[in-house]
Design a protein around this ligand. Structure first.
Ligand code: HEM
Length: 605
């Protein structure tokens, strides 16, 4: 006869619940202790963190921010932000290489160029941490979040796109889009852009000053249009019917809106299964996230279909054949057109890469242009140097009978413009940290001593830390001084590089005449000291793309104008703009100017 199992009595049940609760509550502390024990064997200074760094604290902070329970600089912000080291402050206290220990594990935070070099230039020993970039895996696996063999394959497929041919196309498209953007400001006065009334201008006439309130949105749109035209084979107009690529979606977001909304709603997209998002009410954040996801997916698929048709039926405009743009190399790999590739690319990988290049390739560059324009407006002396260089490029082009600047002839001479971009990226680098992870126990040498990082230790390369370190960039590390990048050509852009001892030395700002005489060049920084594009085999594929775009856009925008901030009498002035530049836009994955700053373009000749 079966006897019924005795049910636990109430006190035993309560005891079990209490024990479980105790275990759950004490688990983070137990983990913290365990990780601390492991970390203390490494021998580097240790900082204890109450919460796990990385995405957890990032999202927790975003939620609190939205619920208005935290604001930048508040104690909660400090606790949660501790996992995202920014600037050099933490290193002043802890040294250039130290460990953080939290319930989630041990991280090694690095702001020393030598250690950065060891970590970044060895993909086998220090790969990306598992699941990196899951947030950007929205449409499928891609070159940024893949690793090992999959990454190698994606890079082999997409790498050939970044050739001189595309840089030439980027130059032309950058100038064209900058021209369209400028015309949109000057030709159609609107609530956002009007001829400033009563301002003193260079020649005193009202129509020679253009007030621009939409620099933030317009530079983003410009970045999106440049990459769509030059890498996706889809040149766009600034507004009207030609301003969006073909789409397969009926969701009514414009192209620029779909990207903007997707950016805003990355968090729900990342955290919520797609089937649930689809059910969300249209007006909610979740509903908008779904709408943006659908709309952008529609544009990407629309461009892929158009490219497929073009490959099938031919296109008179595209004489160069299918290797011309990113979409055609992706489709080539999907169809197995290249026998040297080990396998075909899956449709989800094609879409994933079509998305990621657009995503990685427009916002970063656009924000750099935006920051640079504001910095130029604040630093008129630097702007005068740049304008002298731009004028000399146009004068030389005219002398050679060329109506416009060309990539081949003029880009190599744009020393000051490249220096400006590099200095802007040093101070306002879009990605503050690049993460790696020790594959097996890995030794690093720091200040002549070897430290072994156990398998699985995260390594956070603190880019902003390196960029603002006085040891690397001198006592004026925090000052905006593009002149530090301009060095006599005799020292050579290459010869000053790749050695720890040759940290960038201050260079006198040369006169534009001397620049033209080609006596100066842009300093190539020592390894590990300038990292906006990261370093090593996983460095940004679009570094030159972005630089060419930046130079071309600035040369077009400032051909006949100078950019200025609005005076204090109009509610702005230097101090306010400096305060805005000191902030960081919360919620953006990459750095953005946190507030809309109006500027004016004043005709100078
Ligand atoms: C100022 C502009 C840009 C900055 C500061 C920038 C920064 C970066 C950084 C820091 C990484 C490394 C990320 C990591 O390892 O986690 C990266 C990777 C990448 N970037 Fe950029 N980027 C810029 C522009 C572009 C452009 C214009 C494109 C394409 C047209 C692009 C495409 C990529 C790709 C494909 C990768 C992944 C490389 C790989 O893992 O093989 N980026 N970028």
């Amino acid at each position: 006869m079966d006897l019924p199992l005795p049910l636990p009595s109430l006190p035993i049940l309560l005891l079990l619940i209490a024990l479980y609760t105790l275990y759950t509550l004490s688990r983070p502390f137990l983990l913290l202790l365990t990780h601390y024990r492991h970390a203390s064997r490494i021998g580097l200074p240790i900082k204890l963190l109450p919460v796990p760094p990385g995405l957890f604290s990032f999202f927790a902070y975003q939620l609190l921010l939205r619920a208005r329970l935290a604001r930048p600089g508040s104690p909660l912000h400090k606790i949660l932000n501790v996992g995202r080291p920014e600037g050099y402050a933490m290193h002043e206290e802890m040294g250039d290489v130290f460990l953080t220990v939290s319930p989630s594990g041990v991280s090694c935070v690095v702001a020393d160029p030598e250690v950065v070099g060891q970590v970044s230039n060895n993909r086998e020993r220090f790969p990306k941490p598992p699941n990196t970039g899951a947030i950007i895996n929205l449409y499928g696996r891609n070159v940024i979040n893949a690793d090992a063999d999959v990454w190698r394959f994606h890079r082999r497929v997409t790498g050939p796109v970044f050739s001189e041919k595309i840089h030439s196309a980027v130059w032309a498209e950058g100038a064209r889009q900058a021209g369209l953007m400028f015309s949109s400001w000057s030709s159609s006065p609107s609530p956002s852009t009007t001829a400033a009334n009563g301002n003193t201008t260079a020649n005193g006439t009202e129509k020679d000053t253009i007030l621009v309130r939409t620099l933030f949105d317009d530079t983003l749109k410009l970045g999106l249009h440049v990459i769509t035209g030059s890498a996706y084979g889809c040149p766009l107009t600034w507004s009207g019917p030609g301003s969006a690529p073909p789409t397969t979606s009926s969701v009514g977001y414009t192209y620029a809106q779909s990207v903007e909304e997707l950016n805003k709603h990355l968090m729900p997209l990342f955290l919520t299964p797609r089937w649930l998002l689809r059910l969300a009410p249209g007006g909610s954040g979740w509903g908008r996230a779904w709408k943006a996801y659908e709309a952008l997916g529609g544009y990407l698929r629309g461009m892929l279909e158009r490219e497929r048709a073009r490959r099938q039926w031919g296109d008179e405009e595209q004489e160069e054949g299918p290797r011309e743009n990113l979409l055609s190399v992706l489709l080539d790999a999907e169809e197995g057109g290249d026998e040297k590739l080990e396998r075909r690319m899956l449709p989800e990988e094609v879409l994933g890469n079509a998305f990621i290049f657009m995503f990685a390739g427009h916002e970063t560059t656009a924000n750099t242009t935006h920051y640079a324009l504001l910095l130029l407006a604040l630093h008129q002396d630097v702007q005068s140097q740049l304008l002298a260089e731009i004028d000399s490029l146009y004068t030389r082009a005219a002398g050679e009978g060329r109506p416009s600047l060309s990539y081949e002839r003029d880009y190599p001479r744009a020393v000051w413009a490249v220096a400006l971009m590099q200095e802007t990226l040093r101070l306002y680098t879009p990605t503050s940290v690049v993460n790696k992870c020790a594959a097996g126990d890995q030794a690093v040498t720091f200040q002549g001593r070897e430290y072994v990082l156990p398998a699985g230790t995260r390594v956070a390369v603190n880019i902003t830390g390196v960029h603002s370190s006085p040891k690397v960039w001198g006592e004026d590390a925090l000052s905006f001084r593009p002149g530090r990048w301009v060095v006599p050509a005799s020292t050579g852009s290459g010869s000053a590089s790749n050695s720890r001892s040759s940290t960038p030395a201050p260079a006198p700002a040369p006169a534009a005449k001397e620049l033209l005489a080609e006596q100066y060049t842009v300093l190539k920084p020592p390894r590990g000291s300038w990292l906006p594009f990261s370093e090593g085999s996983r460095m940004c594929s679009g570094r030159k793309f972005a630089t060419v775009e930046f130079v071309s856009v600035l040369a077009a925008l400032l051909k006949e104008h100078r950019v200025e901030i609005l005076p204090r009498t109009e509610g702005w002035g230097e101090e306010r703009v400096r305060r805005v530049l000191a902030g960081r836009k919360a919620g953006a994955l990459t750095l953005q100017v946190p507030e809309r700053v109006p500027v004016r373009f004043v005709r100078r000749k």
